[in-house]
Design a protein around this ligand. Structure first.
Ligand code: FES
Length: 108
């Protein structure tokens, strides 16, 4: 995606429905979004989505977010390694394939 603000909540829900064990959204640091407010929109969506995931029986930790610029490759790699470790500790998404009738989360 060109901007974290373009990551719709339903994309994340669909990823979990399709069996993703974790989803991570990364965007530009606050104030650095090329589309001005995309990362602020993403942050608001992230907090609401954590609650929705919990209500769906998905551990909210399975959704991660960080503000990392394109020039911070080392930090990005470290953050992904940490997230991967967390997801492995949580184990597989136990709701894989069982969310066919979960609520739609569009228009956020
Ligand atoms: S361009 Fe919007 S978060 Fe990076």
């Amino acid at each position: 995606m060109p901007c974290s603000g373009r990551v719709e909540a339903e994309f994340i829900v669909i990823a979990f429905k399709n069996g993703a064990d974790g989803v991570f959204v990364s965007g530009c640091r606050p104030g650095d979004c090329h589309y001005k407010e995309g990362n602020y929109k993403a942050a608001r969506r992230f907090h609401l989505l954590k609650r929705v995931l919990t209500s769906m029986g998905i551990e909210p930790e399975r959704l991660g977010m960080a503000w990392i610029s394109g020039s911070e490759g080392k930090r990005f790699a470290e953050t992904m390694t940490e997230f991967d470790k967390l997801i492995r500790e949580l184990g597989p998404n136990t709701l894989k394939g069982s969310l066919a009738h979960s609520p739609e989360v569009s228009g956020w």
